[in-house]
Every structure is written in C-alpha cells, then in structure tokens.
Design a binder for this molecule. Sequence first.
Ligand code: SF4
Ligand code: SF4
Length: 286
Amino acid sequence: MLKPIIIPAKYNYIAVFLSLECNLHCSYCINRFGGFSPARPLLSGEDWRAGLGRIVSRPDLPVTLGGGEPSLHPDFTAIINGIPAELNIDLLTNLQFDIAHFMAEVPPGRIRRESPYASIRVSYHPEVMDLEQLAEKVLLLQRAGYSIGVWGVLHPHQETEILRAQRYCGALGIDFRTKEFLGEHEGALQGSFSYPGACDRRTMRQVRCRTSELIIGPGGDIFRCHGDLYDGRAPVGHLLDPDFTIYEGFRDCDCYGFCNPCDVKLKTNRFQIHGHTSVEITGASD
Ligand code: SF4
Ligand code: SF4
C-alpha cells in the first residue's frame, strides 16, 4: 500500500521528468549544463500511474510533465490519462510529436486550469525548429480548445529571432513569452542567481540546503534538486517507496559550486511573481 504524498504548503513546483532524452539537440540545453547523461531507465506507464496517484496537491500546484522531451515516453498519453482528475497537469514540450494522435487520446480539458499562463508550454528553439510549422501545430491545438503557449529563450545569439517569432506568433493570436537564458556564453555564466558561485563548477563546498520543489526523475527517483538529477547524484527517495514522505528541512550537501542554474536562479513563482528561488542554502558564504 503506497502512502499518500502530501505536498507541503510552501512547495512551488512538482516536476516529473518522464524522459531525459530529447529528439532535438539545442546547443544551450540547460540539462547538459553539468556531467549530464540522458540515458536513464524509465518507469513504466503503470508505475507512473501508481506513483503519481499518491500525490495530494492543490488546484494551483499542478504536476508538471517535462524532460528532455516527455512525449518520448512510450506510454506518454496513457500516463496523462492515468493521472487522477483531482491533480492538475502542465506539460512542457517541444511539440515534436504526432498531435493528431495526442488530440485523439487526451481531451483539451485534461490539461487546462486557471493560471496566468498556458498549461501546455511549448519551447521554440530557432536553431533546430521551423517557426511556421510550429505555429501551425500550436494553432491546431489552440483552436481545438487546448491551453497552449510558446516560450523562447533569450540566448544572446538568438534574441533577434526570438523577438521576431514573438511578433509573428502574436499576430496569429498565439501567446508567445520569453525567458532568460541560463547557462554559459563565451565563458561567462548568464542569468540572475541568488547564490553567486553556486554554478561555477570549480570547487565543491559543504552547505545546507532545502528545496521547495518535488523533483522526480525518469526512473521514479526523487532528488534534492535539478543538479542532483542531471549530474546523476544519489536520490533521496523513490516515488514507489510505500513509506516515502517529503522531508521539508535542510539537508547537508557537499556539492555547492556544482548546483544547476535552474535551482539557484531568481525566477517567478507559480503566481508569476518575480523574486523566487527554488532552494534555500545556508553556509555558502562562511
Ligand atoms: S528541446 Fe529542450 S530539452 Fe530538448 S535539447 Fe532543446 S533545450 Fe534541451
Ligand atoms: S546546494 Fe546546490 S547541489 Fe546541493 S542540494 Fe542545494 S541546489 Fe543541489
């Protein structure tokens, strides 16, 4: 018997990485920031159904399916349809999948909730994607009633194209938003971070850290942070451990300096309020 997993009130994100593999290869992919290997065992659709069915959350805190590219999971639509109706779902995708099949399997109302942004968030990557084709797919889904929008990363080399894409999509009635580029560009780390030095990957330091996110990897392992997931560090639990409960306190960490930008950046929370950071770290400046 699997105990319910009660999401703490202060938690801001439930991230479910169905697959870390991706069918695109963007040069700036944040997943590849550290010592990343995408090939991981995948939890079966049935196990995801059992594991995600334990989660007790709030209407404003959905389960966010992402990756890599989540649609690469062989049971992608069955996993979506197996998530209990009480849990809202958001989807992060590059939309490089068969949308006719998706529309036949997943009703629009299943991925739609009251929020200041779309529930299906499509990433546009000009290096590897065709904007016109992408916009066509988005419009098809939008006209069928899906809550969908597009996001572009303001990478220094692609800012002009992203802003052009935003105008193009805006004229078609597509919600297109931009997000800050996080990662290294010309030897310098780009982005706004709450803990300077956390991502410089020079020396590992001991700190104490606590998160406000539930991070679940492709095999059902639960991690302290994105950095642990991507770098293959030890998990702190497993979605199918019958006794798993969320520990809200600080944990020791000896990997400070090798954090992932996703964990320590200054960002907006689920209410779109800026100034939030996923983790709280003490001892970083001692
Ligand atoms: S689409 Fe996203 S996950 Fe895939 S390579 Fe590009 S940035 Fe990475
Ligand atoms: S200090 Fe960095 S690497 Fe360690 S748990 Fe926190 S975010 Fe992860």
